[in-house]
Design a protein. Structure first.
Length: 280
């Protein structure tokens, strides 16, 4: 029975619709295989918290991926089903997220009896930094960064709200702004106390308070990048060797390319003086 052009078009549409599913299943299988290899080598449980798709554009509307309640539920479950003495390795790549979710994750990490190591191959900002601080060890790529954890009230930094209110007589400040200032003051105090609580059993109380003051009170803008050298200067060890498997794992979480990529290179290792690796 001969096929019409319409039949062929429908067949192509059906086949094409299954391509993303097949690609995802193949990639998931590769991720699980590599995760098992890391676990076997390090004798640990590996947990990934990777928000690789920081932004997605659908029908002209932008959706952002951050640490949410679903993330905290899944991560807490992973910790709960892990023996208390088994080390945990967390691969962290995130712009941050809900304070509630990050606080739950940080407390769960801090309560785990076995060693918890957080790997930051690229960046872990805001709530991601809170999670990293709760770990026993932070391992960062030399160019990776963490960020301040100062709370945001709506679209404004809590510290900036208080600074703006302080520059005016109370009689000249409207009620809504005064309410925001009250919330901002509470948020700053809560986050500062949380950072101190996370750090106080690993360093002297004065040092924990000093780090909490630097990270949570608005000393820097919220997107300020804090390098591992700066963290070392604060008393936090972060400049350690990143296992090559962590980079390989990140390659299996590609950023969706809705448009032509703006960065291009030949994806093979080059030796000294730009010499290309041997070709097959």
């Amino acid at each position: 029975m001969p096929f019409s052009i319409l039949d062929i078009i429908w067949l192509l549409v059906i086949v094409w619709s299954f391509v993303p599913l097949f690609t995802r299943q193949t990639r998931d299988a590769s991720r699980y295989k590599l995760i098992r290899q890391i676990e076997h080598r390090r004798k640990s449980r590996v947990i990934t918290l990777i928000h690789r798709q920081e932004s997605m554009n659908i029908l002209g509307m932008t959706f952002a991926r951050h640490i949410g309640i679903e993330d905290s539920e899944q991560l807490l479950r992973a910790i709960r089903i892990t023996d208390p003495d088994v080390p945990i390795d967390i691969v962290l790549h995130t712009p941050g997220g809900l304070v509630l979710a990050t606080e739950q994750i940080a407390h769960a990490i801090k309560s785990h009896r076995g060693k918890v190591t957080v790997f930051v191959p690229h960046y872990a900002m805001s709530g991601g930094t809170l999670i990293a601080l709760a770990a026993d060890e932070i391992v960062m790529d030399p160019n990776a960064v963490l960020g301040p954890v100062d709370p945001q009230i709506g679209s404004y930094p809590a510290a900036s709200i208080l600074a703006a209110v302080a520059k005016k007589p109370v009689a000249e400040v409207d009620d809504q702004t005064l309410i925001l200032a009250d919330v901002a003051e509470k948020a700053l105090r809560q986050v500062r106390e949380l950072v101190i609580e996370i750090l106080e059993d690993r360093m002297p109380p004065e040092k924990a308070q000093e780090i909490a003051e630097a990270l949570s009170t608005g000393r820097w803008t919220h997107d300020y990048p804090i390098t591992c050298e700066q963290l070392t200067g604060m008393g936090l060890t972060a400049c350690n060797d990143m296992p090559i498997e962590i980079y390989q794992l990140m390659e299996l979480y590609p950023q969706p390319q809705a448009k032509r990529p703006s960065v291009g290179y030949i994806p093979i290792p080059y030796g000294a003086r730009g010499e290309q690796g041997k070709r097959d």
